[in-house]
Design a protein around this ligand. Structure first.
Ligand code: DAH
Length: 355
């Protein structure tokens, strides 16, 4: 082995820190380092000698360079090990974390909905809660003075002179409009969120939650709607015996329109979803009205689809056996714990609800 290689490898091995190692590097491979100087002698050699000496000198340079790199890594690792050993945090001291929160059934159901519909290829869309009159009504084929406006007890937001009239959205349906106007079809979305109506008793609160569904594509028909709702409700209630009944109905933004009931039956004296002892209404749906598609700037001869709207609080009440809607908005942890909505429980669908 070349004398220079032997010497520098020994010096590299002896270097105890980054500064010492760098000094070796400069002495060997720096501008006037010994190996660099040796490389320069190649130019002056006659070709025959160079052929023999060239590879040897380059091998020395490479070997020393490799030794330096290797040592540098080792030094860095040693430094890291030393730091990890001295900077260890003691995480064993218990702290008072205070009372733990619970997932709210509405959040839980929203997560479940997003999960179920994601499997069916639906994205989650959002819209503002303070909505303008056009998106909330007009574009949904509910023109001014239309009796359907009276179907929903609207909260109006004061607007200045000449400003667009604003409302607290009375349903999630305006998100259909916003979706269709903000992208290119096809669309497949659900839009969960808060809605507002001037109404309050055991089954109505002025703020509640809905989820809207919208599919716009070519050649979409009622069969797709029925299959989608059936698949959704079976997955949501986690039962295969969920039965649907579609009843003709009227909504200004769909034609034809259908109200959808699910069958219930009695188990251990309790009314549960599944079977068909009786029926309860769970959602409104239909084929999106051509006028709505047109209002969004799309050609209804080319694009069509279905929509549905469903009360989330109601879904939660049915699935988790809660009977007073107002309790949803009291924020009483005892109520949440009573229904098993404990913090970080074993997940069923989505995460959070224990058996
Ligand atoms: N927006 C309706 C409501 O709040 C619910 C609804 C019915 C939504 C039919 C829809 C639909 O998308 O197709 O009462």
């Amino acid at each position: 082995m070349h004398e220079l290689q032997t010497r520098f490898e020994a010096e590299v091995a002896a270097a105890g820190d980054a500064a010492a190692l760098d000094a070796v590097r400069v002495a060997a491979l720096g501008k006037s380092g010994e190996i660099t100087q040796l490389l320069k002698t190649l130019g002056k050699m006659d070709p025959e000698t160079r052929k023999v000496e060239g590879p040897k000198i380059h091998a020395v340079r490479e070997a020393v360079q490799a030794a330096i790199t290797h040592k540098k890594d080792a030094l860095e690792q040693a430094e890291l090990d030393a730091r990890l050993a001295t900077e260890r945090l003691d995480l064993s001291l218990p702290t008072d974390t205070g009372p733990k929160g619970s997932i709210h059934p509405v959040s839980q159901v929203m997560d479940e909905l997003a999960e179920i519909f994601a499997d069916l290829g639906f994205a989650v869309a959002e819209g503002p809660e303070v909505e303008d009159d056009w998106h909330n009504f007009t574009a949904l084929n509910i023109p001014e003075a239309h009796p359907a406006r009276a179907m929903q007890d609207t909260f109006y937001v004061e607007a200045g002179e000449g400003e667009t009239p604003l409302v607290l959205r009375t349903h999630t349906s305006p998100v259909q409009i916003r979706t269709m106007m903000s992208g290119k079809p096809p669309f497949r979305i659900i839009a969960p969120g808060r809605v507002y109506r001037s109404d309050s008793d055991a089954t109505h609160t002025p703020m509640f939650h809905q989820v809207e569904g919208l599919v716009i594509d070519k050649n979409i028909h009622l069969g797709h709607l029925k299959w989608t709702l059936e698949t959704f409700l079976k997955a949501f209630f986690e039962r295969d015996d969920v039965v649907l009944r579609m009843r003709p109905s009227y909504f200004p933004f769909t034609e034809p329109s259908a109200e959808v009931d699910v069958g219930w039956s009695t188990e251990k004296g309790r009314r549960v979803v599944g079977g068909s002892e009786g029926w309860m209404e769970v959602l409104g749906s239909g084929m999106v009205h051509p006028k709505v598609i047109e209002a969004c700037g799309l050609d209804p001869n080319e694009w069509q689809g279905f929509a549905f709207g469903c009360g989330i609080d109601r879904l939660a009440m049915l699935k988790y056996g809660m009977d007073d809607l107002r309790a949803f908005f009291d924020g009483d942890l005892r109520w949440l714990r009573h229904y098993g909505f404990r913090f970080l429980d074993v997940p069923t669908l989505s995460a959070g609800v224990g058996a």
